[in-house]
Design a protein around this ligand. Sequence first.
Ligand SMILES: Nc1ncnc2c1ncn2[C@@H]1O[C@H](COP(=O)(O)OP(=O)(O)O)[C@@H](O)[C@H]1O
Ligand SMILES: [Mg+2]
Length: 326
Amino acid sequence: MKIAFVGKGGSGKTTLSSLFVRHLAATGAPVVAIDADINQHLGAALGLDEAEAAALPAMGEHLPLIKEYLRGSNPRLPSADTMIKTTPPGEGSRLLRVREDNPVYDACARPVELDGGAVRLMVTGPFTDADLGVACYHSKTGAVELCLNHLVDGRDEYVVVDMTAGSDSFASGMFTRFDITFLVAEPTRKGVSVYRQYKEYARDFGVTLRVVGNKVQGQDDLDFLRDEVGEDLLVTVGHSDWVRAMEKGRPPRFELLEEANGRALRALHKAVDAAYERRDWARYTEQMVHFHLRNARSWGNERTGEDLAAQVDPDFVLGEEVTAPA
Ligand SMILES: Nc1ncnc2c1ncn2[C@@H]1O[C@H](COP(=O)(O)OP(=O)(O)O)[C@@H](O)[C@H]1O
Ligand SMILES: [Mg+2]
């Protein structure tokens, strides 16, 4: 299951991503956590100290390796040089699985020990001004998008992405890559306006978008979110002393998280698992092709000097039953 946490900076994306990752790990589920936020704090929120977080390998710096591995023996991709972030898999491509070992995880993932088990953590690496444009060839999130487009994940295994709701994710199609998107919103006009914008982009793509209210204190906050967001409001989370203690570098055991916040995490988990029933691999594949053709036309063809539409394998449908090439 692929899950995104998006929202305005400071709303609590990283905090809630990390709590949800801890919750999943405590159930014993296999988890890959990916930090694709402009401010790279997921490692710290998962308890890494500054030196450990700084030592994490950046996916953005391993793009050539990622492309080379994923292309496999796909005859439509004779070289990794012309692969862009939206290049879809086809016959012969290598796919990624949550539980396996592979060269992409070797290069880009590090284990993080949590109460209940270890998760894999991957980070895009720090963003620069050049990463925030619409049409970036060397986009940091491009590494994440390539991995998501080559991932065959099943029920009961989880990829959690802490993500910026930026123009890059809309232009590339990254926002369509998830079984469910949790939009974290504080009960403020700004928090809600990010929700409206996201909803507008998501409308035509069948994106499952649910709002998680954060820093909600009392009835007035709750009423505000209900009025503005309606049925999309899934749960709310209040101020957490557990989070505050964690930020002081003194994380209590996870089972000591406030009962109400634990309940909220279980509600997120339930919503994620329910989203499995709405999975549609054919649509997922069609959408990656749609965004690839769009990116090819708008900048990719020109940049690579090739017709990138030729990378599309018209008979290929990603899915759990697709077998890896020998
Ligand atoms: N429910 C909460 N309880 C206590 N502190 C919180 C809560 N949610 C967020 N915070 C704090 O608010 C700040 C911003 O949260 P963060 O998760 O970093 O936001 P984002 O990733 O959206 O920019 C952090 O210092 C974080 O610890
Ligand atoms: Mg963050």
